[in-house]
Design a protein around this ligand. Structure first.
Ligand SMILES: [Zn+2]
Length: 304
């Protein structure tokens, strides 16, 4: 009897040990509440704090879905609240987080400036540097972005508190310039946000896979789609924006993606899509369902 009890006790200890042993990543959506960060340049587009939060949640969802068995995601905020920088760092330090990833959107006086940057504290932050390099590599090679590379304290001439005072490897990702019209539209699109989040996810995954010798969850399932071709179902095109809360959109029961077309010859500036498929047959299946509903003229579009 005692032998069994011991066995049970042992297995409990092992279980709790494993759960405590998870890698903790803090995802820090920059700004929030009374601090909006950079302001939108185009009417109807989001301010920085909202873009940061949306991208952060997508990143957290990818990490939880694919690495959740070994990585625990902690957010510094999940709503539109103001949290002082010191508190964000303290929280990460106190829980002994393993990594700190801060998400931001950039701005410049020159509207031509565009691309991604990953900031680290200084050149001696070896782990932060390696992680940052993996993420910029993903932006450049897989997401087709203009990677402006790693930025150090000496490049920016000022300290970033969340990088300086955090005890764990910490990076701050500037996901694009809100002052560049093309990038502002990209940052505001669901597709753009998905690509940014999955690039950061892939960079993080590749880094920790080697550092922590971890295995992938669900090896049979594919990782998020970052580069084409992908199939989407176009349900509607319009000269002006249509509310995504519109009841016929809601009737589809799936997220609707809005794309703003800036240089098209067509009179339609806004296009609405559903789905994001690698597999054409799966896309066709959903297309048929949608055609039976409110959008009988819906059709398949291939994105390279
Ligand atoms: Zn910012």
């Amino acid at each position: 009897m005692i032998k069994y009890l011991l066995l049970i006790l042992l297995s409990f200890t092992t279980l709790s040990f494993i759960s405590q042993d998870k890698i903790i990543v803090v995802i820090d959506a920059g700004h929030g509440g009374k601090d909006p960060g950079n302001l939108n340049k185009t009417k109807g587009f989001m301010v920085e704090k909202d873009l940061n939060l949306s991208i952060s949640k997508k990143l957290g969802a990818y990490i939880t879905e694919y690495l959740g068995h070994q990585v625990k995601v902690v957010y510094s905020r999940t709503t539109d609240v103001f949290i002082p920088l010191v508190e964000r760092v303290d929280k990460a330090n106190k829980m002994n987080a393993d990594y700190f990833i801060s998400i931001h959107c950039n701005a410049s006086d020159n509207p031509a400036v565009h691309g991604t940057e990953t900031h680290i504290h200084n050149i001696k932050s070896v782990k932060s540097r390696e992680l940052g390099l993996q993420i910029e590599k993903q932006f450049k090679n897989r997401a087709g972005r203009n990677s402006r590379g790693l930025k150090l304290k000496t490049d920016r001439m000022f300290n970033i508190l969340v990088l300086k005072d955090s005890k764990m490897p910490a990076i701050l990702v500037e996901t694009g310039f809100m002052t560049n019209p093309t990038e502002e539209a990209y940052l505001n699109s669901i597709r753009g946000q998905d690509l940014i989040a999955s690039a950061i996810f892939r960079g993080f995954r590749d880094y920790i896979k080697v550092k922590h010798n971890i295995t992938m969850q669900n090896p049979g399932t594919s990782t998020p789609v970052t580069k084409g071709p992908v199939y989407k179902i176009q349900i509607m095109a319009s000269t002006g924006p249509v509310s995504l809360k519109n009841p016929s959109f809601k009737s589809i029961g799936k997220p609707i993606e809005e794309m703003k077309i800036t240089n098209a010859t067509s009179p339609y500036n806004f296009k609405y899509y559903v789905g994001n498929f690698k597999d054409k047959r799966e896309a066709k299946k959903l297309l048929r369902e949608i055609q039976l509903g409110s959008f009988k003229d819906a059709y398949l579009v291939k994105f390279e």
